[in-house]
Design a binder for this molecule. Structure first.
Ligand SMILES: [Zn+2]
Length: 82
C-alpha cells in the first residue's frame, strides 16, 4: 500500500488546486499565479512537485539576472505588526 499522508496532520485526502505562490529570496519576491499543487483537505498544507518549484526558481533567477520583464509588477507595502 502506498498511501500518501500529510506530513503535518497525517490525513490522506488531497485535492489538486492552483494557487498563488510567493517565492522569496534575499529580500526579493516573485508572486506566481495558478501554480499547481496538492492541498491537504484537513489542514490546508500545500504540496508542490519538485519540478514546479524548480521552474519558479528558474523564472525568479531569469527575472533577477537578465532584462526580462515579468507580466506584472506590484508594489507591496510592508509593516511590522504593532
Ligand atoms: Zn494536513
Amino acid at each position: 500500500m502506498n498511501e500518501t499522508r500529510c506530513y503535518v496532520c497525517g490525513y490522506s485526502d488531497f485535492d489538486e488546486r492552483r494557487v498563488e505562490y510567493v517565492y522569496r529570496r534575499h529580500g526579493k519576491y516573485l508572486i506566481v499565479r495558478d501554480v499547481p499543487c496538492e492541498v491537504c483537505l484537513h489542514c490546508g498544507e500545500r504540496y508542490y512537485a519538485g519540478a514546479t518549484l524548480l521552474k519558479i526558481e528558474r523564472r525568479f533567477k531569469a527575472l533577477a539576472e537578465q532584462p526580462v520583464r515579468s507580466q506584472l509588477t506590484l508594489q507591496v507595502p510592508v509593516e511590522a505588526f504593532a
